[in-house]
Design a protein around this ligand. Structure first.
Ligand SMILES: Cc1cc2nc3c(=O)[nH]c(=O)nc-3n(C[C@H](O)[C@H](O)[C@H](O)COP(=O)(O)OP(=O)(O)OC[C@H]3O[C@@H](n4cnc5c(N)ncnc54)[C@H](O)[C@@H]3O)c2cc1C
Length: 232
């Protein structure tokens, strides 16, 4: 089983081709020290300097994922801690209070990739080895979990019928069963990146209108959240 991430060695050994898309963006990842409790709320804000996501961690800390065009990300990354925090605060605002500190900053080049084949006799790819997504919709890990959940179902069914795990019909059932959800999630993620990368003002206006509608219409917000969690 190839569960060895985006640069999967198993995938390479099996000579599986991938379809790739380079967003020419970089994610800056770090931990931010807060001066008030995050109340276990995640935030994502789309700004003129890229998308900024905060994910609650233990104590007075939130995880930061700041995705920006690579040239801009390099500039932001080169700032000393104090100026970095000022820039972040200016872009994100004060929903999490005043930022007190930033830990080590790590970068990830953002690209999507999708394996042209996810399994064959005696091997299978799951998670990022099969598909890597832009983090804008926080779907990569969730999608991998759904792969593993369905694979375990296929394996249990196969074992109860005394089948060998490498039999082609089990692998075919897995691939067919996951294809739709993977494609839908990949398309949704790619669409969001395109939508939020637009700088043309009518697009920005429409985007802000849709965001406000989602924010102030809880049933729609819950529906989107359920869809994103894969439970709709
Ligand atoms: C900036 C950023 C933010 C993200 N935010 C979110 C989010 O909020 N929500 C979400 O759902 N997803 C998010 N993701 C995506 C998520 O991180 C990945 O989809 C997920 O980690 C993929 O899990 P994986 O186990 O398939 O691969 P990986 O996490 O890459 O794990 C692969 C593992 O295999 C190991 N490995 C590799 N080669 C070998 C080898 N030869 N032998 C042994 N071990 C090996 C590696 O060391 C690694 O531990 C984010 C991604 C990024 C880059």
């Amino acid at each position: 089983m190839g569960a060895d991430g985006t640069d999967s060695i198993i995938r390479k050994l099996k000579k599986v081709k991938t379809k790739e898309f380079d967003y020419e963006q970089t994610a800056i990842v770090s931990k931010i020290n807060l001066n008030r409790a995050h109340e276990f709320i995640s935030y994502e804000r789309f700004t003129s300097e890229g998308s900024i996501a905060f994910l609650p961690l233990s104590g007075l800390q939130s995880g930061l994922v700041w995705s920006a065009p690579s040239v801009l990300a390099a500039e932001i990354l080169s700032l000393p801690d104090e100026l970095f925090l000022q820039r972040l605060q200016k872009q994100f605002g004060y929903r999490l209070g005043k930022f007190r500190g930033v830990r080590q900053r790590i970068t990830y080049p953002l690209k999507s990739s999708s394996a042209c084949l996810q399994g064959g006799k005696g091997w299978i790819l799951v998670g990022n080895a099969a598909h890597t997504l832009h983090p804008i919709a926080a779907q990569g890990f969730n999608l991998g979990l759904r792969d593993v959940s369905f694979l375990s179902e296929v394996i249990c069914d196969g074992l109860s019928l005394n089948k060998k795990l490498y039999e082609n019909d089990l692998i075919a059932r897995y691939s067919a069963g996951r294809e739709g959800n993977q494609e839908k999630t990949q398309r949704f993620t790619h669409y969001l990146v395109s939508l939020f990368s637009q700088t043309y003002w009518p697009m920005k206006l429409a985007r802000n209108g849709v965001s406000a509608l989602i924010e102030y219409f809880p049933p729609l917000k819950h529906r989107i959240a359920k869809h994103a969690m894969g439970i709709s």
